[in-house]
Design a binder for this molecule. Structure first.
Ligand SMILES: Cc1ncc(COP(=O)(O)O)c(C=O)c1O
Length: 364
């Protein structure tokens, strides 16, 4: 039986004036909407007790497994208001499938796709006033589904009780005046994932383990860190929260293959499919970091970009490491393909260009 979410509306929602002020300048992840969705899974009963409630703190046992053993996964996707006022999201079935894959890896229960989609619909319907207007900017409502082991038990075993929730937070474009190329630090000492580990799952531990690489990068004047494979420290994996692509002089769109240590990004998957619109041949393979360093210098690599839900596509201007740096020749604009792919994805998501692939899903 599918989940239903019994509604208890927030009796003290944010005022129209306060919400308008937040939507004017939402930043990222700072403000939460008025409601949240929750469902509970129990080993003996499966999924039940779905609810839409006012957004608020949760109460959890100090012995809850998630606090000790990090049995937790999450997702991230956005709701966009289209010019006709309707609200849509991008390929949410793929987020549902990734949450299921993450659940399998972390010994958590799988949430059926229809329940995942319904949880998003219920929350966005209740908080639709929080979806920023379709004013041609890049604002959206970021949706954060997550699942965690809530059973109070200190023994190490898969939790017998699990909570699933969705919260939402209005988001601005992270770029003021268009995307600016970022500088990346090669994290040579810290890996985010290893063979047989959890790199392909969207679980909190991967992000905690990436923080030191980020800190080291920031200390070296970089915006973000790029992680290498942990076995040889020679091949490119991905950033802490984005996948990476290379546009080559001979017309290929290259990205590291999914070896189990890389998160299978939904933007990545979409960019690979969009390659043909730009007359590029998509290629998933091992990418030695030396090829990146040499390629941007020689011009064999014309453009480099990172991609993910939060920033869509971000040009990478410079790569730095202990003792050296290599700068992309694409310049401040990030390059024609990078700009073109970004514009195509953004306008598709915002309902301003053809959804040729049937990727958009209406929520409200
Ligand atoms: C580690 C990591 N890689 C890649 C991505 C990009 O994935 P997506 O395009 O599905 O947002 C994300 C963001 O979710 C991420 O956290």
């Amino acid at each position: 039986m599918s989940l239903t979410f019994a509604a208890t509306p927030n009796q003290h929602p944010t005022s129209d004036a306060d919400r308008a002020a937040i939507l004017d300048n939402p930043g990222f992840g700072q403000y939460m909407t008025d409601h949240m969705v929750t469902a509970t899974w129990r080993k003996d009963d499966g999924w039940g007790e779905g609810a839409l409630t006012p957004y608020g703190n949760i109460s959890i046992s100090p012995a809850a497994a998630v606090l000790h053993y990090a049995q937790e996964i999450f997702e991230g996707l956005k709701a966009y208001r289209h010019p006709d006022g309707t609200v849509w999201t991008f390929r949410p079935d793929k987020n549902a499938e990734r949450l299921q894959a993450s659940a399998r890896r972390m010994a958590l229960p799988e949430l059926p796709t229809e329940d995942f989609l319904e949880s998003l619909r219920v929350l966005v319907e209740a908080d639709q006033a929080w979806v920023p207007p379709a004013d041609g900017g890049e604002k959206s409502l970021y949706l954060r589904p997550f699942m965690y082991a809530s059973a109070a038990f200190l023994g190490l075993r898969p939790s017998v009780e699990v909570k699933y929730s969705v919260i939402a937070s209005p988001a601005a474009s992270i770029f003021v005046g268009g995307p600016k190329p970022i500088t990346l630090w090669i994290s040579e000492h810290y890996a985010r994932a290893g063979a047989g580990g959890t790199g392909a799952a969207k679980c909190g531990g991967n992000y905690a383990s990436a923080l030191m690489g980020q800190i080291e990068g920031a200390a070296n004047g970089c915006d973000q860190a790029v992680f290498l494979d942990s076995a040889t420290h020679t091949n490119v994996d991905e950033l802490g929260g984005m996948n990476v692509f290379f546009v080559t002089r001979d017309g290929r769109l290259v990205t590291p293959s999914l070896t189990g240590t890389i998160l299978p990004g939904i933007t990545r998957m979409s960019v690979l499919e969009l390659a043909k619109e730009f007359d590029l041949v998509p290629e998933e393979r091992t990418v030695p970091v030396q090829e990146w360093k040499d390629g941007v210098e020689s011009g064999d690599i014309l453009e480099v970009f990172a991609c993910g839900t939060a920033a869509i596509i971000t040009p990478i201007g410079e790569l730095k490491w202990d003792g050296g740096s290599a700068r992309s020749t694409a310049g401040e604009s990030g390059g024609e393909i990078t700009r073109g792919l970004r514009g195509r994805l953004l306008t598709l998501q915002q309902g301003r260009s053809d959804d040729t692939y049937g990727w958009m899903h209406r929520l409200v």
